[in-house]
Design a protein around this ligand. Structure first.
Ligand SMILES: [Fe+2]
Length: 306
């Protein structure tokens, strides 16, 4: 199971797409109709889809997996009575699968058979200073993050990696987290994190953003849980986006930490102790993208005996 992409809707999609290429460093993934795609240097055909809409919302967050894993999620979603439906992707890479609405409205899509593309050799392109590889996590705000983590374990067969005062971190493979649920008191998109090649690429990303007049809303720093380096920004078209790298790989028997295992000395909010956080600005951006279900729940048509 791998996190692949997020699908957003917002006004000014073409402008947002352009900004993500010219400033953030994403590569052009083309467009189909009024949906614009951004890719990274990795093999996924796109990481972010931006559809033109009068309002801004999250359409889905997409994972790719094996047919067997897909069947497992479908069975568990039906058993729980969650809103779900079969789907055929019309995005680059195609694929078939299911869409599932979690308890707080989070819309997750699981695809199998989606195709990939040739990677972009960023090291050979000296003129290209910054390009994300792929998404490394998509984090949601939750009214009840603990229940959301439990549901992700029960239905998606994900595993809670760590719990902190602020978050429930959840993994779907050996990466410490591919998603997390923030203890926010409301449900929305918290942020989208792009995986960079290494620490140097994160720092060059920060420099590139600085050249364009943007300073981090939080960072740079190194998180406790997951051990990843981060720099968060509020994109001019709304969402919180992050350069990240070096998330910890964990074993199947990784012992989930509790909030008391993850505390900081006074005035510190990360391992390095060098970063400030624009809490108010981040909160406004985090509340901006809610979830909107554009499909009608339907039986998942599981094979007989599944
Ligand atoms: Fe993050």
């Amino acid at each position: 199971m791998n996190l692949r992409s997020i699908e957003l809707a917002l006004p000014g999609a073409a402008e947002a797409h352009r900004w993500m290429i010219d400033v953030w460093g994403a590569a052009d993934g083309g467009h189909i109709g009024d949906t614009w795609y951004l890719r990274g240097s990795g093999t996924f055909p796109y990481l972010v889809a931006i559809s033109e809409n009068a309002e801004q919302f999250v359409r889905s967050t997409t994972f790719v997996c094996s047919p067997e894993r897909l069947q497992g999620v479908a069975r568990a979603a039906e058993a729980r009575g969650l809103n779900a439906a079969p789907c055929v992707s019309s995005d680059p890479g195609g694929g078939t699968g299911i869409v599932v609405e979690l308890a707080e409205g989070e819309l997750l899509r699981f695809l199998t058979g989606a195709t990939e593309v040739a990677p972009i050799d960023t090291h050979a392109k000296a003129s290209r200073k910054v390009m994300p590889v792929k998404l490394t996590h998509v984090v949601f705000n939750s009214a009840d993050a603990e229940a959301s983590g439990d549901l992700a374990e029960a239905v998606l067969d994900f595993r809670v990696s760590d719990r902190t005062k602020g978050m429930v971190f959840v993994r779907c493979n050996t990466s410490h987290h591919s998603t997390a649920f923030a203890r926010a008191g409301f449900s929305s998109l918290n942020h989208v994190a792009f995986e960079m090649d290494d620490l140097d690429a994160v720092m060059r990303g920060i420099g590139n953003m600085r050249d364009h007049g943007f300073t981090p809303a939080w960072g740079p720093g190194r998180h406790g849980p997951g051990d990843n380096v981060y720099a968060y920004y509020i994109a001019p078209f709304g969402p919180v986006i992050e350069y990240s790298t070096a998330v910890e790989k964990v074993a199947e028997d990784y012992a989930a930490g509790a909030p008391d295992d993850w505390t900081w000395p006074e005035k510190r909010i990360d391992q390095w102790g060098v970063s400030d956080k624009d809490l108010a600005g981040l909160r406004v951006a985090e509340e901006a993208f809610r979830f909107r279900r554009e499909w009608t729940p339907a039986p998942l048509n599981l094979p007989v005996g599944a």
